[in-house]
Each structure stands twice: as C-alpha cells, then as structure tokens.
Design a protein around this ligand. Structure first.
Ligand code: SF4
Length: 623
C-alpha cells in the first residue's frame, strides 16, 4: 500500500479517517501512479491558494462558498503553476547546481521507502543538486507573511521577527552567525514564537508537509545506507513574497517577474532544515499512529478537534457529510456570537468550540442557561426560544441619521490572484474587475435600473484606470456616503488603487474617508455609538437580532431577513463563481462570453440592490 504525503497528513488526523476512506474507496493498491499522486496534490494546491485568499481577509461567508466550489477554482491552477515555475527559476538563480522540477524537466524527483509493509513516497516540487549536497524545496502558494509575522519584543519596544532575510532566503535568527537576538527580544519570547512552527494545525502546517517529505527522503537514504546524504540535505519552503511589487514588464503578453524596484523577488525561501529535523520525532510518532490506524482500522466515532480543520481550508472532507453532521446548520452551540472563549460550567471549567459538540452540547438551547453571562448570548437565546426579534430602534435610527446623501451603494468583484498580473500589484492583491453602484439620492429614492451603474472588465487586460475614471465620474468625492456591507473591503480596494495610481489619489482617498458600513446599523460599531452618547455595553451590543441570523451578520443571513431577494435563480450566484467566470473569459466562445458577461453584471447589480433594500427595510423598521 502506498502512503503519499497527502495520505500521511490525512491518516494521522484521527483514528477514524483511514477507515472512512476505506469505506469510500478501497485504497489497498500495491502502488500509486505519478498521475494519481498529482491528482491528490492538486486538491492540496487548491487549498493552498484558497488559504492565501483567506490570509488577506476573506470572511467566513466566503469560506463556506469556497468549500462548496473548490472544484471550480481550478481556474486558478495556471497561477499556481506559475508560482512553481518562478520558484524553480529562482532556485537556479540563488542556489546554482542542477535543478529538477516538473515545469522544466516534465518530471519530478521521487523518493520512497518501505516501513512495516507500507510504501511511503513523495515527489519533490523543486530538487536542487549541488556539489556538496542537495536542497529540497517545497513550493507553497502562500505568502511569507505568516512566518515573518512571528514577532516578539521587549515591553514598549519595537517588535522583531524571529526570521531574517539574507540573499532572498529567510533564516531563523539563531542560525545566523553572530546575530544578537537578545538586543531585539528576550530569548524566552523568541522561543515561544519559534514553538509555533511546530503547530501542524496552525502556522506550522506547511512545515509539517516538508517534515513528512524529510521523513520519506531520509527513509530512502537509510534504506540505501547513504548516511552522508542525510547530513548534506537541506530543506526549504518557497513562498510568495508579500513585499514584491510587479513592475509591469511583459514579453509577448507574458508577465516577467523581474526584481522589484526595492530589490524584492517574487518568491522567497525559508531555510527549515533545523525545524524539520526537530520535527522528525513528531513525524515518527505520527507514522506509528498512522500504522496503528491502518492496522486497527476503526470506524467508530472519535472526538472532533483541531485536526478536523473545521471552518478552515484544510477541513477534513468527512466533517460535513459524516463526523460533524450532527451540528445543525442553524443555531448550533457554535453559533453564539464572538464566543471564542466558550462557556464556563458550574465547576469553573471552560468548554469551547468543538469540545461542546463532543460533550453533547449541540444546539444553541442545549447550553445550560446558568452558563450564559454575555448579554448578546442571552438575547440570541431568547430570540430562538420565543421566536422573537430584538430591535434597538433608537440606535438604528441614530445610525441612519449619520448617513449623508447621496448614498453610493458600492460593491467590487475582485480577483485575488496568487501572481500579480498588472503593474503595481503584489501577490494575492484583490484586483478589482467589476463594480456595481446604486445611487440613492434621497432616503428611499433609488431605481433598480436607472440609478445603477456597472463597470465590468471586457477582457483579462488591465482596465483599472478606466474603472477609476468611471468611479470618480459617478461618485462625488466631496459629498455623500460610500456605503457597503463590510465597507473595509471596498475601502481597502480604493486605497490600493490610490496607491497604485497616485494621479487619482486625492478623489479616491476622499471617497475612502466617506466609508460607512451597513453592518454598523444592523449589528453595531461601538466607537460611533459611544460618540453618540450610548454607554459602553449598549454601544457594543448588536442593534438587531432574530433567530434566522443564527449568529451571523453576513449578507447571506441578513438579506432574507430584510428582503425577498434571492440569488437562487441567478447564473452567477456568489463571489467565487464570479471569480471563476472572469478567470475563464479566455476559454469562452463568443456566445458563452456574452451570456456570462451579462450574468456577472446581474450578479453584482443584485449585490448593491440588496443593500438598498436592506437599508430601506431598516428605515421602515424604526419609523
Ligand atoms: S472529520 Fe475529524 S474526526 Fe472525522 S475523520 Fe475527519 S479528522 Fe477525523
């Protein structure tokens, strides 16, 4: 039986995974082909890309959509492949020697070894052979930020990363000769941050991947008694550089990723040789666990936990359909708002997250009343128990009064591409390709068609400047309100455009300053309500709640509460589908393009119309 890297990661999640996999598909093949291996890796790569999108602030609602639409995100695969190509090119540039990777050699180096009747195997993304040793490079379509952001400091002093970059490679500061870590942070704080690299379900997840590769590579070396090779092999992660800014060079229409003006490369390396070495004890324990899980295959239920990856991109495929099936879609014990710390029981112990499910507290009402101390939780519970509504009419009315007219209901559709495509962009920038604008000139005065303006890119070329011009033409930067649900997202895009196109900075930043969030009226924003004279507790509490919100103020939940509008009959139903249709522009026939183009216009238009309707419903609610 072949154990690939992906199998290793999944079969060690819990005692149950392997058995469920067996039921689903008999995997007792004696071998696994390269094509099968690549198929498994592809799913993992998509999760990486989605993880990258999530890092830059996709909200929970979008994660749900993405979970369902993984397969359609194959449109992003060419960009993932480009990350691998760029990593290969830069390995050749910075490491020298001979480099082997799929996009250059049409082949990847493979390692395997046998242990207790199982054949462990892995393919190497980039394999680099030098005179004095070998470099193993695992490419991930994530950014360097998650590692560089492992920072610590002395009280009231600047924070410093535990990594430092030399010649396009980040090293742990302890690995840099003569580096005075203590001049930047106390050593115990340094090691506390370093310890996070070993959290396979957190920041250490990709390092765990690399450590599994090391386990397999060293297994093969030990089998062939090549102990010298073990000593002379180094392990690196190659990731996208979030500080890289594309200079806009193209040759024959293809982006050329030169060094950026401030000397940054598109891909950077992290030397994880020491960390993956320390990881080997854990990997060996996990291999033993894996072998036990296979030998004593048991399908009976086991505890849910962080290994399930609930609500994350690496969520176990059995969570929704099997293990987490008991969790109701609405009003479960996990739907109490902002409840990261869980509940304190009568013995003073905290029970939180999936532990609640493991202990049988499954729906919202199953939480003992005495455990509920947070006023928001009490309201949630009462609204569910009595099918009632909570409305703070005074706060809603006060919020509405802050709106200045005209209201510009704005929504962007963006393409969060791993590779920057246009001048001034960086990895995973949310590059806008469409906006819809409904202009409400006076309260309740807005026509679905006449007051709507949609700008949608007509092809995959750079149309950002035209988009900016259209925005400035339609929205007066000196008056009114820039209005959106999660306005921070719209403001973020406007600010990025202002930084990339300084010519338009002034009007764009004026619009930016006029941002107001629909959720500040439905939910709350404590600062603005405190400024209006409300006490801390009331300012913090949501303004509206009913059981259909089920602990969430996402548009998916608020729209049906305040309007009859539905996305069900639309061709493009959500942001993920919009990304996919745009990414596939080039692959469409003329007729299909015309249909999909119109579908994208209708979808985005509905997003802004939804805000108009919700705002109107709120006005009526407090009349
Ligand atoms: S959902 Fe969790 S408990 Fe179930 S198989 Fe997956 S990892 Fe194991």
């Amino acid at each position: 039986m072949a154990i690939t890297k992906t199998n290793f990661i999944n079969y060690t999640r819990c005692a149950r995974y392997f058995s469920l996999e067996q039921v689903k598909k008999d995997r007792l093949e004696a071998d696994i082909s390269y094509d099968e291996y690549k198929k498994e890796e592809k799913a993992e790569q998509l999760a990486e890309i989605l993880g990258g999108m999530y890092e830059i602030g996709e909200d929970e609602e979008e994660i749900d959509l993405i979970d369902k639409k993984n397969i359609q995100l194959e449109a992003m695969m060419p960009y993932y492949n480009e990350v691998e190509i760029q990593a290969g090119i830069l390995v050749e540039k910075y490491f020298g020697g001979n480099t082997k990777y799929a996009y250059k050699t049409k082949d990847q180096e493979c390692f395997d070894f046998n242990r207790h009747g199982l054949r462990y195997l892995c393919y190497i993304d980039v394999y680099n052979e030098m005179e004095n040793g070998t470099n193993i490079i695992e490419v991930k379509a994530t950014t360097n930020r998650k590692y560089v952001d492992l920072k610590a400091n002395y009280p009231k002093q600047d924070k410093y990363s535990i990594f430092a970059k030399i010649d396009n490679t980040y090293y742990l500061k302890e690995d840099i000769e003569g580096y005075d870590i203590e001049s930047e942070m106390p050593l115990d704080k340094y090691y506390k941050q370093r310890e996070k690299l070993f959290d396979r379900y957190g920041v250490g997840s990709y390092i765990y991947d690399l450590a599994v590769q090391r386990f397999i590579i060293e297994g093969e070396y030990k089998e062939s008694n090549n102990l010298e090779a073990i000593k002379n092999t180094h392990y690196y992660l190659a990731v996208l550089n979030s500080s890289y800014i594309f200079d806009g060079t193209y040759i024959d229409g293809k982006a050329i990723y030169n060094k950026s003006a401030d000397n940054e490369e598109i891909v950077v390396f992290f030397d994880m040789t020491k960390i993956t070495e320390e990881f080997q004890k854990i990997i060996l324990q996990d291999a033993i666990k894996l072998e036990n899980n296979i030998k004593n295959s048991q399908i009976k239920e086991c505890d849910l936990g962080k290994w399930c990856g609930y609500k994350k991109q690496n969520c176990c495929k059995f969570f929704g359909p099997i293990c987490g099936k008991c969790i109701p879609k609405k009003n479960s014990s996990l739907n109490y708002i902002h409840n990261g710390f869980g509940f304190k029981n009568e013995n003073g112990e905290r029970i939180k997250g999936l532990e609640l499910i493991n202990k049988g507290y499954i729906d919202m009402l199953s939480i003992p009343e005495e455990w509920i101390v947070n006023p928001a939780h009490k309201i949630q519970r009462d609204c569910l128990s009595f099918s009632s509504e909570y409305i703070d009419k005074e706060k809603i009315a006060a919020g509405l009064k802050l709106l200045k007219y005209p209201i510009y209901h704005l929504d962007f559709e963006t393409f969060p591409c791993p590779m920057p495509r246009f001048k001034g962009e960086w990895p995973y920038i949310q590059s806008p390709f469409e906006f819809s604008l409904h202009i409400e000139r006076e309260p309740g005065v807005c026509d679905f068609d006449k007051d709507n303006y949609v700008f949608l890119n007509s092809d995959l070329s750079d149309q950002r400047e035209e988009m900016i011009k259209k925005m400035i033409e339609l929205m007066d930067p000196d008056q009114g309100t820039l209005f959106a649900q999660n306005v921070a997202f719209e403001k973020g895009r406007i600010k990025e455009l202002a930084s990339i196109f300084p010519k338009y900075k002034e009007p764009l930043m004026k619009l930016y300053e006029r941002g107001f969030d629909l959720l500040w009226i439905i939910n709350t924003k404590s600062d603005i309500y405190k400024d209006l004279g409300y006490d801390e507790e009331r300012a913090k509490l949501f303004n509206y709640y009913n059981k259909n919100l089920s602990g969430s103020f996402s548009i998916k939940k608020t729209l049906p509460v305040f309007s009859d509008l539905s996305y069900d009959n639309l061709v493009v139903k959500n942001g993920t589908e919009a990304i996919v249709e745009y990414a596939n522009y080039d692959k469409m026939s003329k007729e299909e393009f015309a249909l999909k183009y119109e579908a994208l216009r209708i979808y985005c238009k509905q997003d802004t119309w939804a805000m108009v309707l919700i705002l109107d419903a709120l006005r009526k609610l407090v009349k």
